[in-house]
Design a protein around this ligand. Sequence first.
Ligand SMILES: [Zn+2]
Length: 280
Amino acid sequence: MPDDAGPRDYAASLGSPPPESCIGCNSPAFFTNQLLIAAQRPDATQVAGYRKWEEMGRQVMKGEKGIAILAPRKVRVTVTDAAGNPVRDEKGKPKKELKVVGFTTATVFDVSQTDGDPLPELKDDLTAEPPAGYIEDLEKAITGRGFTVSYEADLPGSARGYSSPEGKVVVRESLSPAMRAKVLAHELGHIAAGHLDELEEYHTGHGGQRGRMEVEAESIAYTLCRANGMSTEVGDISGTYVAGWATAAEPDAVKAAAQKVSKTVATLLGEGDWTNAESI
Ligand SMILES: [Zn+2]
């Protein structure tokens, strides 16, 4: 299960990473969208809404059909204190805030459906430091499942890490700490989702499930990293990775994959002692 960069043609992130303060961004909705996009437009590399493209100096071309994704539905609600009484601002008026109450559909367009200014540079490495203790927690979760963890210089091809059914997880030692955490979380995702028991299906040929497994592992990695306080930059990298592998996803597979990711992350967070994680 190599965690290499995936097909490099897709070296662009899908969508924009969720903002630091976003409620529900640790939910699998973010990745459900990656899958929804892949199902509707397998060659999509970078998507944004109509107005977002305009802000970036690009126009959606005439006759292009949008891609439907899930978007948070927000309502303005009165802020209350612990006793349930409304909190007031300096002027004595009840304070209001935006709250996510569910999801609605929104329309986005792929970059290939737009025309205009060149795109900004893309990221291909993580720089934000993982929170103290996170790498150790990941190592513990992996070794707790009977696998060894080692850091080595020589890995096949461009792989950043891999896990083998013989009970080994190997990570390239030259990686930055943040990328090291992401790769460990990705391999833990493969292990916890049971992919190593499905090795016969792990290929990209007819009926192959490699795309689904990579999407699931990376979705688990993203969710786990965010739950443990890693910066949203992890979303840029995961988006790139998922875009590279999700091309084979069928619409029917979208819901099942999101549910599997959600369940696996809940299991992982529920069983370990995660230094940095809050309940999600
Ligand atoms: Zn993988």
